[in-house]
Design a protein around this ligand. Structure first.
Ligand code: SF4
Length: 155
């Protein structure tokens, strides 16, 4: 069972691109996916403002806790995260947040270093012609990816 969390993916049009990519692939392979309701961009920003440099900790916590609560409600044996697949994420932090959230919610966090499959996944996504995200998700990560301080402001 898959779960797509939306609040940290900005702007909304980017969130929809990723969601539609997942939904199309899930349909192809027969995977059931729960799409998070709503789009609380405002709540996400309010939770990380003034601690932007540590925002990923909050982000991981909220995403993993939301997933764990769903897993608990659905009586699943474990929950985990595609975050563990990324070479760009703070892998050890994800593991420690996942394990702590799992203990507090009462569903074990399944840990595996999915980065081993990174290249295979990238190649498969290109072969399938999937949309590939150009930055992590939040508006801060979009700035980190694209902003160059030497760019002018006139034009
Ligand atoms: S960079 Fe990625 S993990 Fe970090 S806060 Fe933004 S969306 Fe979340």
């Amino acid at each position: 069972m898959g779960f797509f969390y939306r609040h940290n993916i900005h702007p909304y049009t980017e969130c929809l691109k990723r969601q539609h990519t997942l939904q199309a692939y899930a349909d192809q392979i027969g995977l059931k996916v729960i799409i998070q309701e709503g789009y609380d961009l405002e709540g996400f920003i309010q939770n990380v403002v003034h601690r932007e440099s540590d925002r990923c900790r909050h982000c991981y916590h909220d995403r993993l806790r939301t997933t764990a609560l769903l897993a608990k409600r659905g009586k699943f044996d474990y929950f985990t995260s595609t975050l563990l697949y990324s070479r760009f994420q703070k892998h050890d932090l994800i593991r420690s947040v996942g394990e702590s959230v799992g203990k507090s919610v009462g569903v074990p966090f399944y840990y595996q270093d999915f980065r081993e499959g990174w290249k295979v996944g990238v190649d498969a996504s290109k072969t399938l012609g999937m949309y590939r995200q150009p930055y992590c998700g939040c508006i801060y990560s979009e700035k980190e990816r694209f902003f160059r301080s030497d760019e002018g402001t006139t034009g």
